[in-house]
Design a binder for this molecule. Structure first.
Ligand code: F0G
Length: 377
């Protein structure tokens, strides 16, 4: 050490950095099931079916916070960074791990798109047959492309998600095929791990956790996760939950089943959520709030989160930002001095068509630098 050309103090700092780096390299992220095995109520001995999902970035978003009125700390939990581009991978790895342990040969789900893509990928990984039911014409291009590419049998129905879910529930009672919608309890076990990651990253729970609500599995799973950490003393408090639904598909907000749900945020085009009651319990226990926002507000914040912070999400994922904007404006929400996490549930590349529709086509010029310099706005 004394012969070190860079001196002992610098050398030891250098050593500790080297140790840190090599430890990080020697222990790569193992995926959600292996990382949180003790906390997941699934077969503890099963070999994980994993694409190394989870461990997604929690991105500070100070400029977006200012655009939303300011005076609070905002983080985006970027779940679009999961292997198939949505939070569904957390639950799907757990459900597929359990299905394989149970000897399943095939899985099925109804989906607005992301669950379908995720089920298809994890089934491919596990070597299982996968069948997905999607609403005809109401599935974003990136989701359909994923489900097809991962090799699922994709069946389009003349009906919405709720009708598809009724069909697959009945089908699994009649045929030996495992349901991987969020009625499957393993799905919530996997999804609750996002709450653990947020608490681990922040050193405790945020004041508010804000997310879109469709079939209401995710809000239920987050509440489960926060509650477990709280009861085990790993977080001193639990957050308030802010749920958001699209005005044309807002059964929990209105208290009524929506027979013909409609919204540009096709991911959450759901009129009769399976986990409705649990969502109400979570909202109640967290002293939370659920609200509806228009498609126009969703699209406004869908654009803003990308252009202000460089985080590209699908329309449904921007809904909690739209809800905060409206709540602050109307005075129904006070985020002042609070630490707020908004869950960006799906990647923007899932729905390129909706993103592109929001813009004029790019100008085309001749391939000459003079034209370029004239064109630069
Ligand atoms: N955000 C995205 C991007 C989704 O795909 C979904 C649900 C949600 C939010 C709502 O989550 O249903 O647990 O309340 N997508 C399901 C699907 C319905 O089939 O992919 P939830």
């Amino acid at each position: 050490m004394s012969s070190s050309p860079i001196g002992p103090a610098v050398q030891s700092a250098h050593d500790s950095h080297a140790t840190h780096v090599s430890q990080a390299r020697s222990r790569p992220w193992p995926g959600v099931v292996a990382a949180f095995r003790d906390r997941l109520d699934i077969d503890k001995t099963a070999t994980p079916v994993t694409l190394l999902e989870g461990n997604t970035p929690l991105i500070p978003a100070p400029r977006l916070a200012r655009a939303l009125g300011g005076g609070f700390e905002l983080f985006l939990k970027y779940e679009g960074m999961n292997p198939t581009g949505s939070f569904k991978d957390r639950g799907m790895c757990a459900a597929m791990t359990q299905a394989v342990a149970d000897g399943a040969k095939a899985v099925i789900c109804a989906s607005t798109g992301n669950t379908a893509a995720s089920a298809a990928a994890y089934a491919a990984r596990a070597g299982l047959k996968c069948v997905v039911l999607v609403p005809d014409g109401k599935i974003a291009a990136g989701k359909l492309a994923g489900a097809l590419s991962y090799g699922a049998q994709v069946i389009s129905i003349n009906g919405n998600f709720d009708a598809g879910l009724r069909m697959v529930r009945e089908a699994t009672e009649r045929a030996p095929i495992v349901l991987v919608n969020n009625i499957n309890p393993a799905r919530l076990q996997g999804q609750k791990t996002a709450a653990f990651e947020i608490c681990d990253a922040l050193g405790g729970a945020p004041d508010w956790l804000c997310l879109p609500v469709g079939n209401a599995g995710n809000i239920t799973a987050y509440w489960m996760g926060f509650t477990e950490y709280f009861h085990d003393g790993l977080a001193l408090a639990r957050p308030h939950l802010l749920g958001a639904q699209a005005a044309g598909s807002a059964p929990i907000v209105t208290g009524k089943v929506v027979e013909q749900p409609d919204t540009v945020a096709t991911a959450i085009r759901i009129g009769n959520p399976v986990r409705w009651q649990q969502a109400l319990t979570a909202l109640d226990e967290s002293d939370g709030h659920i609200m509806a926002v228009s498609d126009q507000e969703i699209l406004e914040w869908h654009k803003k989160v990308a252009s202000i912070e460089g985080v590209f999400v699908e329309p449904a994922s921007a809904i909690s930002l739209a809800a905060i904007a409206r709540g602050q404006r109307e005075g129904s929400l006070n985020m002042r001095a609070k630490r707020v996490v908004c869950v960006m549930t799906g990647h923007g590349l899932k729905d390129p068509d909706t993103a592109i529709q929001g813009f004029k086509a790019p100008v085309t010029i001749e391939a000459r630098v003079e034209d370029l310099l004239t064109a630069i706005a």
